[in-house]
Design a protein around this ligand. Structure first.
Ligand code: ADP
Ligand code: MG
Length: 698
């Protein structure tokens, strides 16, 4: 870092050891640079004024210019209150003080002109401003520009380091470093992208000259932040590809060919073909594959997974497919065994409930290579599970697996197996580019042909009769229905009662009509759960009442109705996952979101989004806006959230631009040794030194 900017903050005029300590402890400000990068969260334009007559909200700060018409006191002792009537010609407002009244009163005179700044409150039918800021208007006074507001803490405030105090220090600092802040982006980039220089941007962000300049300055600083992030991610990705050799799979192999030519159940969609090609290319190149496969619910990821596994098997290696639940693992095992029935490929299933003798047989078969493909749950991760040569691991629905768990798969071989992670929760592009920026990403963005969009509606309790008769109609047509209840940890008991009451109501309605209901929930023993599930899968029962245990992967193409009870309590991606359980067959399918009457604005937005879109990527974008990146990605990868100014929910375009530019720079100069990238290289190292350790995906 530039020596001047690296100066400890205690050396700034007006700071000293005590304040320095507070700045460090409370705001993480250690150096001049840290203070320069403590950005305002808001600005107030001090050159324009509101009309009193138009004040209409309690939220906003207002700035008024006018005269005092009356000053008076009320109450006595500790309850003393000072109020001053103030007018700007458009109306009147009361300025009120509860503290320091004596001193303030001595500063006020009727007919004095003031600029008043504060948050208006509506109280007893009129507007007033408690404890406003006042600035006396004197002739020739220049109009003040923008005031910046800084994040601060209570401890800071006690030390005179509230927003105003910080602002003063920053002003001192800006003067001191004026003209001495070098740019850390290469000239060619600054010129190409028409960016503001770094020094100028830092000045403008603290002491803006106009709204437009604030925007340009923020843009520059966001770009800089995101560019370094992308450089880091791409360098890391490059390093992984160079350093880690995976098994080289030069052949397409007979397993793949035979399946593709003779047993493929349907023609692949173009998206599936493209993704298979991408994977095939990775595997043939001999570098290590770490690929994220995104595809909406029902887009046909399983088939892609199977084809990839066949590539490994055809090259004399083994494959593994790991699912997050026993139900899913079973389902994959049954489906894949069927598809491979006429081929000489040995598939085994390993879950928590696999019997000891079977387990031993599996261990042996994996060790001597007679088992080619292992499907299972977490049980695959146990150290006793050893392969002869594991070539590829597919992890289905990755959100359910922790980072550490995935890392364990790596230790199964000397050469780490290739990894394909599949997720049915689409991740907004921006987040994919940052959180998974060091992975390769494939996207299946096309649904298999013949899918009809699921008709989604929002209904309330007064509609229940109609809902039941609609379900009845569908059952009479031979279809099946899911009815899902929330079961959320904190209020588990109550939820459970709702579930049981719901079940009772449903059974008493449908049983006399000749339709059978079964129930699964997370508290059931896996065997019982599976048994209940099986009755539904096989069509012996017609309605499945469930908690979200059915959220991932379950495939019953004959089911055409998904009812979600208390839908306001589910997150958007969960709702979408649940809806994805229907619409899997040829029949028109329905999703009915049942809610109470008064639901929050956010819940309403989630429901509206569900009703208006079937596209998981659209939903993911809305989810990102509603919840922010932190919530969406979980705290595991929260390192990426240590962004000072860029906002992944809003700055998608800048992320994209930063990624493209990082790509171009590294394509030309992979290790940043060219003269023109010298400062960029130094600056990047500086950034990396301070980077918290990111959660790695595997
Ligand atoms: P997901 O991506 O949610 O895991 P699946 O792999 O379970 O989706 O596929 C959903 C359904 O679509 C399955 O019934 C599967 O057999 C079917 N399917 C997959 N690919 C195609 C295709 N190319 N054409 C027609 N149906 C397909
Ligand atoms: Mg799936």
């Amino acid at each position: 870092m530039n020596a001047l900017l690296a100066t400890p903050i205690a050396y700034l005029k007006g700071v000293g050891p005590q304040k320095a300590q507070t700045l460090q402890e409370e705001l993480g400000i250690y150096t001049f640079q840290d203070l320069l990068f403590h950005f305002p969260y808001r600005y107030q334009d001090r050159s324009t004024f509101h009309d009193i007559a138009h004040i209409s909200t309690e939220e906003q700060f207002v700035q008024l210019k006018g005269k005092l018409t009356h000053i008076g006191e009320m109450g006595s002792g500790r309850n003393k209150k000072l109020h001053a009537r103030f007018t700007d010609g458009s109306g009147y407002i009361d300025l009120v003080w509860f503290q320091g009244t004596q001193w303030i009163k001595s500063k006020l005179n009727v007919q004095d002109e003031f600029i008043v700044f504060g948050k208006p409150k509506f109280f007893q039918n009129s507007w007033n401003i408690p404890h406003p800021e006042l600035l006396k208007v004197v002739p020739g006074m220049e109009r003040k520009g923008y005031e910046a507001f800084y994040p601060s803490t209570e401890k800071c405030q006690q030390k005179g380091l509230a927003s105003k105090g910080l602002s003063k220090l920053i002003a001192v600092l800006l003067e001191l470093v004026a003209g001495q802040i070098p740019d850390n982006l290469p000239n060619y980039l600054v010129a190409d992208l028409n960016l503001m220089s770094r020094g100028h941007a830092l000045k403008e962000i603290h002491q803006p000259s106009s709204e437009t300049q604030i925007k340009i300055a923020r843009y520059r600083l966001k770009f800089e932040e995101l560019l370094f992030l992308q450089l880091e991610l791409l360098l890391r990705k490059g390093a992984r590809q160079q350093k880690l050799k995976g098994f080289s799979l030069p052949e397409v192999g007979s397993a793949f060919h035979e399946f593709y030519q003779n047993h493929l159940p349907f023609e692949l969609t173009n998206a599936q073909k493209r993704v298979v090609k991408e994977i095939r290319k990775d595997l043939a190149e001999g570098s290590h594959m770490n690929r994220l496969l995104q595809g909406d619910v029902g887009s046909g990821k399983t088939l892609v997974a199977l084809l990839s596994l066949l590539l490994a098997i055809g090259n004399e290696l083994q494959g593994a497919l790991m699912a997050p639940t026993e139900i899913l693992a079973n389902q994959h095992f049954i489906g894949i065994s069927e598809l491979l029935a006429q081929m000489k490929i040995n598939v085994a299933l390993l879950t928590g409930s696999t019997k000891k003798s079977e387990r031993e047989r599996i261990h042996k078969g994996l060790g001597d290579g007679t088992i080619h493909l292992l499907i299972g749950t977490h049980a695959l991760l146990e150290d006793t599970v050893q392969f002869k040569a594991l070539g590829l691991v597919v992890i289905d629905e990755q959100h359910r697996f922790g980072v550490a768990q995935r890392a364990r798969m790596w230790r199964k071989n000397k050469i780490p197996p290739h990894v394909l992670i599949m997720t049915a929760t689409p991740i907004p592009r921006t987040l994919a580019m940052t959180f998974y920026g060091d992975l390769d990403v494939s996207v299946i963005d096309e649904m298999p042909p013949g899918r009809k969009p699921i008709h989604t509606v929002h209904r309330r309790e007064n509609h229940r009769e109609k809902l039941y008769s609609f379900i009845h109609e569908q059952l009479q047509l031979g279809r099946q229905a899911y009815i899902v209840f929330p079961l959320i940890q904190e209020s588990e008991k109550l939820d459970f009662k709702n579930l049981e009451d719901g079940l009772e109501q449903i059974v008493s309605y449908f049983k006399p009509l000749g339709f059978l209901t079964t129930m699964v929930h997370g508290k059931m023993k896996p065997v019982d759960k599976d048994a209940a599930m099986q009755t539904f899968v096989q069509g012996q029962t017609h309605i499945l009442v469930a908690t979200t245990v059915i959220e991932v992967g379950v495939n019953v193409p004959n089911a055409s109705v998904m009812v979600i009870e208390s839908a306001e309590r589910f997150g958007l991606s969960q709702l979408h996952q649940l809806r994805g359980r229907v619409g899997r067959g040829a029949e028109k399918s329905y999703c009915i979101l049942m809610t109470g009457d008064g639901i929050s604005k956010e819940a309403q937005k989630r429901i509206d989004t569900m009703v208006s879109s079937n596209d998981g990527f659209v939903l993911a974008e809305v989810d990102l806006q509603l919840r922010g990146p932190g919530d969406l990605m979980g705290t595991q990868q929260s390192g990426a959230l240590a962004l000072k100014i860029a906002d992944l929910a809003r700055d998608g375009q800048i992320v994209q631009l930063a990624r493209e530019n990082a790509r171009t720079i590294l394509d030309e100069d992979p290790t940043l040794v060219l003269e023109k990238n010298r400062y960029l290289n130094l600056a990047l190292r500086e950034v990396l030194k301070n980077r918290p350790n990111w959660g790695r995906i595997s």
